[in-house]
Ligand binder design. Structure first.
Ligand SMILES: [Zn+2]
Length: 396
């Protein structure tokens, strides 16, 4: 469905959606809507500038999502970047009854969501996929694979904070799909609320110590969930974390940091949205994400080009002419998809290649085969390609 054996296996931000949309005849939508509405990009896009989201869609359309987590601020956030799969046992029961099988609900997967808002009960977390176990498998939720997410049974206070946080996140992600929350607007609204609480000294200086102390006590009931373990434990640490967040607004901050601040300061999405509106802080953009212009990434020729380069080992120039595009855009497409373009000529005679494949099939050492064929050992890509041609499974 995704064009190659290990494509599309990421459970959070999958790749090769271009091939998927083509092969499913767009039954589940085109690349753009699949990426934005059916993957975790749904969550991140609610807080990212439109061009960042467009770039993410382009990456997910192609083969490489390697740098996506870095760009979206997930890797550098100190929050875990692996997005454990989560499910609600009551939803599973209901889904089984109503559709015949249990499935993963997208809104349960959002970072910061640890309660099912429909059944008001804690979500269970899967031990698979996120930590590498069975990461190439296709999985549906099964009770046997799921366990409680919290280190101890969450107390009533934790449950109620987590539930209200989940309600707020679901709401903001949904409204963010039409109008992403941008940093500048957020900062103005925070500042206004700090001022109302007497936490702004003089003209503009924030009383960071007081703010940190109050935020720390808000965080206390959340700490039973490992996802929140990276929140600072003491006033000093918290003042540093908050200071960074409040003083130097920059893109790439994990949305969860803002969601916690919003939840702490405003309690509900409705109160927060009111504050945003009264500040006129919403972006002026009236173009919802869903009708942004289509990107070249969706061009079906791109997928064909990827396959020619990556699977058949064609040069970009040759692949471009086969697909019918000029070499220059082809280079850009390849770069966008994260395909490394080797500058070194890799023309090998058919004989040399055939002999190499024969040797590999017999079980010869990869490095020796590569050196006999006159290919630098470092060029693992070519050897992997031969292995693939020879239908030899490579363990590494
Ligand atoms: Zn549920």
């Amino acid at each position: 469905m995704f064009g190659s054996a290990r494509a599309g296996v990421h459970h959070d931000l999958p790749n090769s959606l271009g091939a998927f949309a083509q092969r499913t005849n767009a039954l589940l939508g085109e690349v753009d809507s699949i990426a934005r509405e059916r993957t975790l990009l749904n969550f991140y896009a609610a807080f990212a500038p439109p061009d960042e989201t467009a770039n993410a869609v382009a990456c997910m359309s192609g083969a490489s999502v390697a740098h996506l987590k870095l760009r979206l601020g997930i890797l550098t956030s100190r929050f875990r970047a692996n997005h454990p799969l989560k499910a609600c046992p009551q939803c599973m029961e209901q889904d089984l009854r109503e559709t015949g099988w249990a499935y993963w609900h997208l809104k349960h997967q959002f970072p910061g969501v640890w309660m099912c808002t429909a059944h008001q009960q804690p979500l269970l977390q899967s031990a698979l996929k996120a930590n590498g176990v069975e990461r190439f498998q296709w999985l549906l939720p099964r009770l046997n694979d799921l366990h409680s997410a919290s280190t101890k049974y969450p107390e009533a206070a934790s449950c109620s904070v987590l539930l209200s946080l989940a309600v707020l996140i679901e709401h903001l992600v949904q409204s963010g799909a039409f109008e992403p929350l941008l940093l500048r607007g957020l900062h103005e609204v925070y500042r206004e609320e700090f001022r109302a609480r007497g936490w702004v000294a003089g003209a503009a200086s924030l009383r960071t110590g007081q703010i940190a102390a109050a935020f720390l006590s808000y965080c206390e009931p959340l700490r039973c969930i490992p996802e929140f373990a990276s929140l600072a434990q003491d006033e000093e640490g918290m003042a540093t974390q908050l200071g960074r967040l409040l003083r130097h607004p920059r893109s790439g901050t994990h949305p969860l940091r803002h969601l916690l601040l919003i939840h702490w300061l405003f309690g509900t999405a409705q109160r927060f949205e009111l504050a945003m509106k009264s500040k006129g802080a919403y972006t002026q953009s009236t173009v919802p994400n869903t009708v942004l212009p289509r990107f070249a990434a969706i061009d079906p020729r791109m997928d064909h080009l990827h396959r020619l380069i990556q699977e058949e080992g064609q040069s970009v120039r040759k692949a471009a002419s086969l697909v019918g595009v000029d070499p220059q855009p082809a280079l850009i497409w390849a770069a966008k998809a994260g395909i490394e373009i080797s500058r070194r000529p890799q023309k090998l005679s058919t004989n040399v290649r055939a002999r190499a494949i024969r040797e590999l099939r017999k079980g010869a050492d990869k490095e020796q085969v590569a050196s006999r064929a006159g290919v630098a050992n470092s060029d693992g890509r070519l050897v992997r390609l031969w292995l693939k041609r020879a239908r030899i499974r490579c363990i590494d």
